[in-house]
Ligand binder design. Structure first.
Ligand SMILES: Nc1nc2c(ncn2[C@@H]2O[C@H](COP(=O)(O)OP(=O)(O)OP(=O)(O)O)[C@@H](O)[C@H]2O)c(=O)[nH]1
Ligand SMILES: [Mg+2]
Length: 458
């Protein structure tokens, strides 16, 4: 991380911004934060404790909050972080009040009345970036921590906020830079004067850089599910008990259940956290050939979802014979788990050998709850294993830049011996791509797009 003290605040840093850092609505507590050159002055007009906030940086104080007309708003806590030793690198004050939407509004109004301006989404983090407290990869990772839906994503994002990914990119850049310096130095010599060992060294350095790049990029696909959790699709013929099963697994009456086939038309989801992993269970329209246009569309959607899902569980009515409808084919092919439901009525269905191959069969009763624990274990075991979810990059922006960098390095390696000038140009290009990753040469438009993804108050 670069030293914050050496950076000049950029952007709107002459203004003092304010926003609620906690979500809207009622809660135990709410936090309102101020950041900027007048944060302390404004905060001291609002908050009154036994000491002045400015006399006790980094200490939590108890006191009361007043509006611009000296009317009491609430009692609560406040603390002052003196810049540059704060998240944004600026003077920052945070108020912790009761979690009332009205109190938060009044605190914001008071701050605005005293001269603060409303923060834009992600502006606190943007300021941290502009003030050199975080590089761009770290700033983006803050959002990834907030949105992480799996333990793996969380630990990956946390690592990135603390600079693990930045270190890897910086290391990569040093390797490419050393190779570039060598290639550029060699350009001035005739071919026969160049030490073959030096060229060999450059080429092996670039090869290692490309391996590191490839490794980082492999993590990208695994991060697809970030924020939404792993998708587990419950599919199968109509009326087999998929909706009943969703409700039983989620412990809530999420989907409508009825004895009439074709009850579920569109997909319905419920989130659960099992073993620290966020899963999105999706119930879908029963697969069958139907004359009903809406139901037909539902079936099409189910088939599309089956391709997207991390785990597909194909549910059948175990008290009936094995269903042989054509409509089942796609989902059945993608399913890792076959669920024989309604086992409370006795199990009659025999899974054909060619269908069962490589799949786990679980007998359950969604109605009585029998076998649900085993099903839950089977679903968890079917999630992509942790080695398939390697630590790496999260975002399309990263993947695009790294893939561009990989291509430039590949080209440089290819022409290194014959056309060193071309190789040098490609190496410079790859250095630019790595700099953009760290946020050193990024257009404002790209920055705006990144920070707009954040919520207000972060
Ligand atoms: N005996 C028994 N009945 C069940 C069980 N699970 C579901 N049912 C019944 O089967 C019928 C259909 O259940 P749903 O959950 O609506 O089935 P579905 O697969 O979602 O049906 P569609 O949405 O029409 O595709 C209802 O009458 C349920 O009460 C079970 O484990 N045992
Ligand atoms: Mg249903």
């Amino acid at each position: 991380m670069s030293s914050p003290a050496t950076q000049t605040p950029a952007g709107n840093a002459t203004t003092t911004i304010v926003a609620a850092a906690t979500p809207r609505g009622h809660g135990g507590i709410a936090i309102v934060r101020l950041s900027g050159p007048r944060a302390l002055t404004i905060a001291e007009r609002i908050f009154h404790g036994s000491q002045r906030l400015g006399d006790s940086p980094r200490l939590v104080q108890y006191g009361h909050f007043l509006d611009a007309n000296q009317g009491r708003i609430d009692t609560g806590l406040a603390w002052y972080m003196q810049g540059p030793r704060s998240y944004t690198g600026e003077d920052t004050v945070e108020f912790s009040s009761h979690g009332s939407e009205l109190v938060v509004e009044l605190l914001l109004d008071a701050a605005l009345a005293h001269g603060a301006t409303t923060a834009q989404p992600g502006e606190f983090t943007q300021r941290a970036f502009l003030n050199g407290r975080l590089d761009l990869l770290q700033a983006e990772a803050v959002l990834d921590v907030i949105q992480a839906g799996t333990r793996q994503d969380l630990s990956n994002a946390l690592g990135a906020t603390s600079g693990r990914l930045s270190q890897q990119i910086t290391h990569l850049r040093e390797m490419v830079l050393a190779a570039t310096v060598q290639v550029e130095a060699d350009i001035d010599f005739a071919d026969e004067d160049i030490d073959p060992a030096s060229r060999q060294h450059v080429s092996s350095q670039l090869t290692s850089a490309m391996e590191l790049l490839e490794n980082l990029r492999q993590g990208y696909d695994g991060a697809r599910e970030r924020g939404s959790g792993w998708m587990v699709l419950l599919t199968g013929p109509a009326n087999v008990g998929k909706s009943t099963l969703l409700n039983a697994l989620a412990h809530e009456e999420r989907a409508i259940v009825s004895a009439t086939p074709g009850t579920t038309r569109d997909w319905i989801d419920a989130r659960v956290i099992w073993g620290g992993e966020l899963l999105r269970l999706v119930d879908s329209a029963g697969l069958r050939v139907s004359a009903d246009e809406v139901e037909e569309e539902g079936v099409r959607r189910t088939q599309a979802l089956a391709k997207e899902a991390s785990v597909v569980a194909f549910v059948v009515d175990g008290s009936q014979g094995w269903p042989c409808e054509d409509a089942n084919r796609t989902a059945l092919g993608l399913a890792q788990i076959l669920v024989l439901n309604k086992c409370d009525l006795g199990v009659v269905a025999k899974v054909p050998e060619e269908v069962q191959e490589g799949k786990v069969v679980v007998e359950i009763s969604a109605r009585t709850g029998e076998g649900l624990e085993r099903l839950q274990e089977a679903l968890m075991s079917a999630l992509p294993r942790s080695q398939d979810r390697r630590q790496g990059i999260f975002r399309k922006r990263h993947d695009e830049l790294l893939s561009g960098c990989e291509a430039s390095l590949g080209r440089a390696l290819h022409v290194l011996a014959r056309e060193p000038e071309k190789a040098a140009a490609d190496l410079q290009e790859s250095l630019r791509q790595l700099a953009s990753l760290l946020g050193e040469e990024v257009e404002d438009m790209v920055l705006d797009r990144i920070f707009q993804e954040f919520c207000i108050g972060k």
